[in-house]
Ligand binder design. Sequence first.
Ligand code: BG6
Ligand code: MG
Length: 216
Amino acid sequence: MNNIKACIFDLDGVIVDTAVYHYKAWKRLANELGFDFTEHDNEKLKGVSRMASLDLILQWGGLTKTDAEKQELADKKNAWYVDMINHMTPAEILPGAKEFVEACKSAGIKTALGSASKNAGTILEKVGIDHLFDVVIDGNQVSKPKPDPEVFLKGAEELNIPPANCVVFEDAIAGVEAAIAGGMKAIGIGSPDVLGEANLVVKGLNEMTIEKLKKI
Ligand code: BG6
Ligand code: MG
């Protein structure tokens, strides 16, 4: 039995599958710039901030842009992305996600969201689960991207729970690394081949129970 008092959840790929919308918008931008990238390349963008994603994509296309041009391109991608997430509904919550966050609350475990996305608030509201989190930390409140632990440490601090009593749920390697760097436990959402550093890896929150959480 451990002493877990808080669960901190990443958003994209853990609570909702917005990766497909990020992919569509970045692909549209790359296509406008005259090149393409695959869904396999897209894996490298998971958990990575908006500007860092753009830098990677421009590198794949062999393009160099000024800071002003990059800002314009990132704004354009974000406008397309926002158009898509504005149509999201509760049906897009990943299987078991809502139920597990609710189970944590019923068990007296505090809940926080720790996301790199500046659009996290809009997404939570669209899928109707903003009330499930005691604290929300998103890309608007952090300056250092994952694998820096800033986003999760802020969440723990606002919850008033020591990092050692927190578990982070993450689908990105950078996110698992951020949790460990912050002195927290990590549960990977996805494949053990990719997220092997985590204390436990499950395919989705539908495989999680409070019992499993107490045993990691
Ligand atoms: C992360 C996603 O949660 O948020 C990344 O995994 C994304 O793909 C990042 O780039 C930033 O999101 P946004 O909404 O601020 O552009
Ligand atoms: Mg993620």
